[in-house]
Design a protein around this ligand. Structure first.
Ligand code: AMP
Length: 205
């Protein structure tokens, strides 16, 4: 098992298509996509952890760092044991974590970040609409309410954006997320495919 997982971070504000693109990347051999939002949504809402998740996410707030990183560590370990994530062969695409500087510090022991891909979208109205549509389609309580969406954005600005400064500036690259999913994917692949090839050249599937 490598000492730290080789990782690319998908970074960006709520509604910037991180999840959509991450999921597509995750279908390609050699990439393992992990989204903490999906991890939390899989928890039984009536369990203790489920109640904590509901309490914070329904207000548009972040689950406390200790709980988040502990659950992330245990879940990623489980994926390794089940052989769904093969750290010797797969580039880890992390989506939705780290979301605070403290999480970034805690994760340093577990991940070797090779690139931070900052997805950007200048059209806040489009992002807002996307979140609203997704909330209706996926029955997401956090994005159904306009007040909660706005709060999620302010939490992003205050707590998550500073994470960018945790990593060297030449590690970060910006990608415009406006455009067709195929075009955004092409830009993403231009970055991640060479990284995957360089670090895992002997891919064995
Ligand atoms: P997402 O699907 O990434 O927008 O995440 C949905 C919700 O899960 C967030 O609003 C948070 O309440 C919680 N969450 C996801 N990732 C994290 C994280 N890294 N730290 C704390 N809370 C998180």
């Amino acid at each position: 098992m490598p000492s730290r997982y080789k990782t690319v971070l998908l970074f960006g504000a709520p509604g910037v298509v991180k999840g959509t693109q991450g999921k597509i990347l995750g279908t390609i051999p050699g990439f393992f996509h992990f989204a903490t939002g999906d991890m939390f949504r899989q928890i039984d809402i009536s369990s203790d952890l489920g109640k904590i998740f509901y309490e914070y996410s329904s207000r548009g707030e972040l689950v406390p760092d200790e709980v988040t990183v502990k659950m992330w560590t245990e879940t990623i370990h489980a994926h390794c044991i089940l052989h769904e994530y093969k750290p010797r062969h797969d580039l880890l695409i992390l989506d939705g974590i780290p979301r605070t500087v403290e999480q970034a510090q805690m994760l340093d022991a577990h991940i070797e970040v090779i690139k931070v891909i900052h997805l950007i979208c200048d059209d806040q109205k489009a992002m807002f609409e996307r979140l609203r549509r997704r909330a209706l389609k996926e029955n997401r309580f956090d994005d159904a309410d306009e007040k909660v969406i706005r709060h999620r954005w302010s939490v992003y600005e205050a707590q998550t954006r500073p994470v960018l400064d945790h990593y060297p500036s030449d590690m970060t690259i910006e990608i415009n997320s406006v455009g067709s999913p195929a075009l955004v994917l092409r830009d993403l692949l231009d970055i991640v495919a060479p990284i995957q090839n360089q670090h895992f050249s002997a891919y064995e599937g």
